[in-house]
Structure formats: structure tokens, C-alpha cells
Write a protein that binds this ligand. Structure first.
Ligand code: PLP
Length: 357
């Protein structure tokens, strides 16, 4: 059988959840498991996250998957609902919605009594300058006052555009607007911290933190690695050597013959490609790990195969190759690929085998 395999390390996931608890001891934790738990597979992650206070997802379908797997914690739909008919399903499944535009408020009001009777929180989103979702400061205070007067339990919610960037001027603006609205609507529960903000601004943890990428052991920062942050990679992505070739100086490897050997070398072909979710474009040199040693990928990534330099290494048919994991961090592969770890993790395909360790 072709051995392209994603290993999910449950103890690493628990370790990272505990890191959130250490960093935000007084906040409840909403574990972000949208996009199939950042590509890790919701069903393989929820048991390790069982002690979380709540889950965060992007849509109803993702929430229902969690309920079908038997988990009863609160679940927040971070973009709210997309049509009026979804509200009945939300209430039947004890889900909580973000509201970020007037129509969503109307849909909510159509089910007001049932929502309040179930004691579900309503997450009112502030647009403090990211300009994706939310009500402006000028509108949100009145909206929250009205919702509270009607008997809704509100949480003021906000998302930073640049929490990963030191000293970005928008950070101050977003913080100040959030604090102003929080004060104007007091008493109100509040939530604004993703992974980067959890690391950087403990004073903003408030009632709920919303860690995503740090749970999976990848870094939200370009200049700090998972090791620097004391979080552990949860996913290890591996494949095996399926062919070995000795080539001579001047010979080329793979599609487009983009790699030409400068000297005689040993090349191994590994059973992984963009059909599995391994990225194709590498503006910078990319590497894999074999037998504890880091070695270059050579030539183009194909749909099912890559070639790696195994000159002088202990390599034979069936030798495992780490594409990313504990030794070759996904963030380093992403950097060579010109993207972020988030994207590589989320765009894993269903093709590799999945195993929990
Ligand atoms: C509203 C919201 N909160 C929290 C998160 C988690 O962010 P991160 O993965 O950077 O921790 C996200 C992710 O995109 C989000 O959209």
C-alpha cells in the first residue's frame, strides 16, 4: 500500500491545550476546530480537546459534525448563520451564533424566545478596523444595549488583523475601540484573543480566548518557531521511498528537468505530491528529514511523487521520510513555499492515511 501518512499526536494536542490554560488561566477556552481542525481531522482531535470549554467553527455543517461525534460543549459559529432557515437548526443543536449584520439580527429575533430559553450566548462582533465582519463602534453599543434589554446574554467579540505583528498601528486602534465598547456596554463578557494575542496580550484574555493554530503546534508568528513558543507539532506528515536512482553530473530529475545534477548523486523518489496536499511551488529551497537528517527536495513536486537527495544517507526502499512534523516544522516548509503553516495544514487532502499516535 502507498504510504503517505498523517499522524496525529493526541498528547501534543493536550500539551498545547494546557499551554493555553497556562497563558490564559482565567479565561474559558474556545478551541478553534474549523476547517476540519485546521486539516488535522475533527474526529481525530476532539477526544484530546475534550477538556476545552467550547469549540469554534465557521459554519453549521462543521458544528453538526461535532454534535454527531457526541460532544456537548457550547459551539460558536464565528461567522454566524448564512440564511434564516439555519436558526432553527442552531437552536435545536444548542449552538451559539455571532451576529455581524442586521439581517442576522432579524433572523435571531424571529427565534428570540427559544434562543433565550436555552440560555445560548449571542456573540456580537465589533468591526474595529479589520473591515471583514462586524458592526462599527457607532452602531454596536445600541445594538448590545437593546439585545441585553430583550434578555439576551451577550458576548462582545472582536478579531485582530495584526496580532502577529509587533507594533502595528492598527493594534492600538483595535484594542482601544474594543475597550471603549466593553466599558460602554458593561457589564458584558468579552473575547478578542486568537493564538498570537494569547501569547502577546495576557491583559486582553477576558472571558473567552479563541486559540487555533497554537493548539496544533504551529506558530502564529513569522519570527518565533513552535519550539520558541513551547508548543508541540500535532501533525507529522510522512511518506516512503519507493525508488532509488544513481545519477551522473549533468543528468536531470523530474518534470521540466528543472534540477540538473552538478555531480554524481543518489536520488530517492518519495510517494508524496500535491495530490496529497504537499505544495508544488517552492520559491526557496525546501527540505525533508530522513533518518534524522535534513536533506533537499530536488526538481519539481509532482502529483504523487517528489525526488530528494540521499547522497551519503542511509536510504533504501521503504525508508520513511518526514515532510513536516517535529523535526521539519510545517512553518519552515510554508516559509519555503511562500505561505503560512495554516494554509499547508488546512489544505491536506483526504488521500493520505490517517493515524492517531
Ligand atoms: C474569529 C476567529 N477567532 C480565532 C481564530 C483563531 O486564530 P489562530 O488560528 O490564529 O489562533 C480565528 C481564525 O482564523 C478566527 O477567525
Amino acid at each position: 500500500m502507498r504510504q503517505a501518512t498523517v499522524y496525529i499526536d493526541s498528547s501534543a494536542l493536550q500539551y498545547n491545550l494546557n499551554r493555553v490554560k497556562q497563558l490564559a488561566p482565567n479565561a474559558k477556552i474556545i478551541s478553534m476546530v474549523k476547517a476540519n481542525a485546521y486539516g488535522h481531522g475533527v474526529k481525530d482531535c476532539l477526544a484530546a480537546l475534550a477538556s476545552t470549554d467550547a469549540f469554534g467553527v465557521a459554519c453549521l455543517e462543521e458544528a453538526l459534525e461535532i454534535r454527531e461525534l457526541g460532544y456537548s460543549q457550547p459551539i460558536t459559529l464565528i461567522e454566524g448563520i448564512f440564511s434564516a432557515d439555519e436558526m432553527a437548526v442552531v437552536i435545536a443543536n444548542n449552538l451559539e451564533v455571532v451576529v455581524h449584520h442586521q439581517l442576522q439580527l432579524d433572523w435571531l429575533h424571529a427565534h428570540k424566545d427559544a434562543y433565550i430559553a436555552k440560555n445560548l450566548k449571542i456573540w456580537v462582533k465589533l468591526n474595529s478596523g479589520m473591515n471583514r465582519l462586524g458592526f462599527k463602534v457607532s452602531e454596536i453599543i445600541e445594538i448590545i444595549h437593546t439585545l441585553k434589554a430583550e434578555g439576551f446574554t451577550c458576548v462582545l467579540a472582536m478579531h485582530f488583523a495584526n496580532a502577529d505583528t509587533e507594533n502595528h498601528p492598527l493594534n492600538e486602534q483595535q484594542k482601544n475601540q474594543f475597550l471603549d465598547v466593553k466599558e460602554a456596554c458593561a457589564p458584558i463578557m468579552a473575547s478578542c484573543c486568537n493564538s498570537a494575542a494569547i501569547f502577546k496580550w495576557p491583559e486582553l484574555n477576558f472571558d473567552f480566548v479563541r486559540p487555533g493554530i497554537m493548539l496544533y503546534g504551529a506558530s502564529p508568528f513569522a519570527d518565533q518557531s513552535a519550539n520558541d513558543l513551547d508548543i508541540k507539532p500535532v501533525m507529522t506528515f510522512t511518506a516512503e521511498i519507493i525508488a532509488l536512482n544513481h545519477i551522473q553530473a549533468g543528468e536531470s530529475v523530474g518534470y521540466g528537468s528543472t534540477f540538473v545534477a552538478k555531480q554524481d548523486m543518489d536520488i530517492a523518489i518519495v510517494s508524496i505530491g500535491y495530490g496529497d496536499g504537499y505544495p508544488r511551488a517552492f520559491p526557496k529551497q525546501n527540505y525533508v528529514v530522513i533518518d534524522g537528517q535534513t536533506t533537499p527536495v530536488v526538481g519539481r513536486v509532482a502529483m504523487d511523487m517528489i525526488a530528494i537527495d540521499v547522497t551519503g544517507l542511509n536510504a533504501s526502499l521503504g525508508t520513511p521520510v518526514e515532510l513536516w512534523g517535529k523535526k521539519r516544522l510545517v512553518d519552515a516548509v510554508a516559509e519555503a513555499n511562500g505561505t503560512i503553516g495554516y494554509e499547508l495544514l488546512c489544505r491536506m487532502t483526504h488521500r493520505p492515511l490517517r493515524k492517531q499516535i
